[in-house]
Unconditional design. Structure first.
Length: 105
């Protein structure tokens, strides 16, 4: 008998009619959120993360946490400390860079 058969047999012997779904989420759970970035934006993100000595995911997480904290939606522990005005300036600079026509090689 294999593990699957053992598991199925064990489930058959249980009365799950009174079971309930636990929807509480522990505070320390990290959830993956995927985003598609234009090539230039991703390259800028990787370069900035490397310059700050953090992983790109940590930098993205910090930007999101900082943005939400500024708007009053969340408080977060930050990997990288950014003044909100500097953060806004960085976003505006990134938007301007993204709007520039790319140079042909």
């Amino acid at each position: 008998m294999d593990n699957r058969e053992e598991a199925l047999r064990a489930l058959e012997d249980r009365d799950w009619s009174a079971a309930s779904v636990d929807t509480a989420r522990p505070r320390d759970v990290m959830i993956v959120v995927s985003a598609r970035l234009p090539g230039d934006t991703a390259a800028a993100l990787f370069a900035e993360a490397e310059a700050r000595g953090v992983k790109p995911g940590a930098l993205v997480r910090d930007f999101v946490e900082q943005c939400l904290a500024v708007t009053g939606e969340a408080t977060a522990q930050s990997v990288v400390t950014i003044d909100p005005t500097v953060f806004r300036n960085e976003i505006e600079q990134a938007i301007r860079r993204a709007q520039r026509p790319s140079r042909a090689a």
